[in-house]
Design a protein around this ligand. Structure first.
Ligand SMILES: NC(=O)c1ccc[n+]([C@@H]2O[C@H](COP(=O)([O-])OP(=O)(O)OC[C@H]3O[C@@H](n4cnc5c(N)ncnc54)[C@H](O)[C@@H]3O)[C@@H](O)[C@H]2O)c1
Length: 205
């Protein structure tokens, strides 16, 4: 089996900025390439090896994967729920076309695994509040939630059709003290930590 080499797309965001370091600790710095739409010069040194990549540019993604021989892709680039409601068409394009590009390229390049987070946004307001079952009829009420529900079906489709190993979890709202909020429903909670840290106030748990 080929040595694990990872492309992490959306590496500069809330989850990516921590996951990149964690994966590098596990697999080695050079085995994990961080990618994001941000300019290389605007990214901190600890993010390197880094490549500027727009996940919507499928030919660039395909070329990069062919050249670098990645065995896994983590796709974190997405427009989150609150921002998605401001620009529904843009959110749909990024969340859907970005995922489809990655799934397609992963099949073409014979990737071992794709990781793509889903969200509790797949559950709409009518979902049971306690012990909501995994296969509950999903009635998302935001463009973001609809894109995650559709994305889950696409991942299942690529597994059934092409045998692509896609792993996904439905994350709840995640709170990071390191990066600013990314435009989701948990922004308020994240903002509390960021503002307090900016004022030099520390938290004791
Ligand atoms: N943060 C949460 O609470 C939460 C909860 C559930 C699921 N998720 C999912 O986890 C993933 C990551 O979330 P996050 O909070 O880190 O998001 P974030 O908004 O903080 O980060 C997304 C990153 O993607 C990059 N990006 C945007 N467009 C791009 C493009 N066209 N090409 C390449 N990169 C691009 C952005 O520059 C940003 O760095 C998303 O799929 C999100 O839906 C997050």
């Amino acid at each position: 089996m080929k040595k694990t080499k990872i492309l992490l797309i959306g590496a500069c965001g809330q989850i990516g900025s921590e996951l990149t370091g964690a994966l590098r600790t596990k697999y080695g710095r050079d085995q994990v390439v961080a990618a994001d739409i941000r300019e290389r010069t605007k990214v901190s040194g600890e993010m390197h090896p880094y490549v500027k990549l727009d996940v919507l540019n499928k030919s660039a993604l395909l070329m990069l994967c062919g050249e670098e021989g990645f065995t896994q892709i983590y796709l974190l680039a997405a427009m989150l729920s609150a921002n998605g409601e401001k620009e529904p068409a843009v959110a749909w394009q990024l969340n859907m076309d970005g995922l489809l590009n990655v799934l397609d390229v992963a099949v073409k390049c014979g990737m071992q695994k794709v990781f793509w987070p889903s969200s509790i946004a797949v559950f709409g307001p009518n979902a049971p509040k306690l012990l909501s079952p995994q296969a509950n009829a999903s009635t998302p009420s935001t463009v973001y939630g609809i894109s995650k529900a559709a994305g889950e079906y696409w991942c299942q489709y690529y597994f059934d059709k092409f045998g692509l190993d896609v792993r996904s979890l439905r994350y709840p709202g995640l709170i990071s003290y390191k990066s600013p909020p990314g435009g989701g429903t948990t922004d308020y909670a994240v903002d509390i930590f960021i503002k307090h840290l900016a004022k030099g106030i520390t938290f004791v748990f």
